[in-house]
Design a protein around this ligand. Structure first.
Ligand SMILES: Nc1ncnc2c1ncn2[C@@H]1O[C@H](COP(=O)(O)OP(=O)(O)OP(=O)(O)O)[C@@H](O)[C@H]1O
Ligand SMILES: [Mg+2]
Length: 335
């Protein structure tokens, strides 16, 4: 059995804008091992959600996968390219094998429906239970597992009667009720305050461990990555700039962008603005750049980066970087 569950290979997503196809996810390779939590981190607009949405087949109308493959490995050795599936087949697959949690539960929960019934509905739609009463028992058990006190009582609550943290617990219950193999969590704690955030991160970790479930966690917050993930991919303007185990990335960040992200982790008592330490803005034009996407904001002063895109090199075992500063014989030469 392959120890990889999902593989994105050379994934390219383009969006149609002003009669032009603009790539927003560019040749991304990501491997999700079974039972592991993989972080995808980068600034707003870099393409994190589009990457996740292409896995689920829920890209917005103007966007499409223009190149590459998304390979799902079943335990029996069957490999399915999700980009080749018909919408109905993909729906079925995503409904049971992939669960998803978003930033704002209020936009995904139906405000008019009791939360227990909403979770039960997922089981009934996928015909994973015989009847409503079996569904109800399963839901109550799961509400208990995700840390909702008095689950029988809470079953009957409406979303607005719960706190933000409790609503996110309901979303997690909904995402895992079909026992998926993969959880995609897109900014799962961004709308929560720090104490609740810590509880939700712990819960996601527990749910993954208890079920040997893999997860892709999308965040712009390096603190979330350090507390939750096993490995991490750093994305900038649609491209993966650096990837490594969390331990290696934090102890030896190589790409100037990663170093900028790490130095911008807010400290307690500090009114830190996200990424204030990396000067400059993301370029307005999203047209294909010739050189490194990060060259306009990079602290390394190297002209070559404007004309040539660095290949990915293995800086240390399992630690890959796309930067001329990394790798032997590939250093930036200062005059
Ligand atoms: N519905 C849409 N229609 C057109 N362009 C879009 C749409 N959604 C996103 N984009 C563009 O695609 C690019 C990638 O967006 P994406 O949502 O993947 O970013 P992100 O990394 O998830 O950002 P954030 O952290 O803000 O959620 C952005 O430049 C954005 O402008
Ligand atoms: Mg997003």
């Amino acid at each position: 059995m392959s120890d990889i569950l999902l593989e994105l290979k050379n994934l390219t997503v383009s969006i149609r804008r002003d009669k032009e196809d603009i790539p927003i996810v560019k040749g991304v390779d990501i491997a999700i091992p079974r039972g592991k939590i993989v972080g995808l981190v980068g600034e707003s607009g870099c393409g994190k959600s589009m990457t996740a949405k292409s896995v689920m087949g829920i890209l917005p109308g103007a966007a499409r996968v223009s190149f590459g493959s998304i390979l799902w490995h079943d335990p029996d050795g069957t490999v399915t390219d999700l980009t080749g599936l018909k919408e109905k087949e993909l729906r079925k697959m995503c409904g049971t094998k992939i669960g998803m949690v978003f930033q704002e539960p209020m936009t995904s929960l139906n405000p008019m429906m009791r939360i227990g019934d909403q979770v039960a509905e997922v089981l009934l739609i996928h015909k994973l239970v015989k009847n409503r009463s079996e569904a109800r028992d399963k839901v109550i058990q799961l509400l208990n597992e995700v840390g909702i006190p008095e689950p029988e009582l809470r079953y009957r609550s409406y979303p607005h009667e719960l706190s933000g943290g409790m609503r996110q617990r309901v979303m997690i219950a909904m995402a895992v009720i079909c026992e998926p193999k993969l959880l995609i969590a897109d900014e799962p704690t961004t709308a929560l305050d720090v104490t609740i955030e810590a509880q939700i991160l712990k819960l996601i970790r527990q749910m993954c461990e208890a079920r040997n479930m893999s997860a892709i966690v999308i965040t712009h917050n390096m603190g979330v990555v350090s507390r939750l993930c096993d490995s991490v991919y750093v994305m900038y303007m649609g491209r993966i700039m650096e990837r490594a185990s969390v331990r290696d990335l934090f102890s030896n960040p190589i790409h100037p962008y990663t170093r900028g992200l790490l130095s911008s982790i807010p400290r307690i008592g500090e009114n830190s603005e996200y990424l204030k330490t990396i000067p400059g803005n993301i370029p307005e034009s999203e047209k294909e750049t010739v050189g490194c996407e990060f060259c306009l904001r990079c602290s390394e002063d190297e002209r070559r980066c404007f004309f040539e895109r660095p290949e990915e090199t293995e800086a240390e075992e399992g630690h890959f970087v796309s930067c001329f500063t990394a790798g032997p014989g590939n250093e930036v030469h200062h005059e």
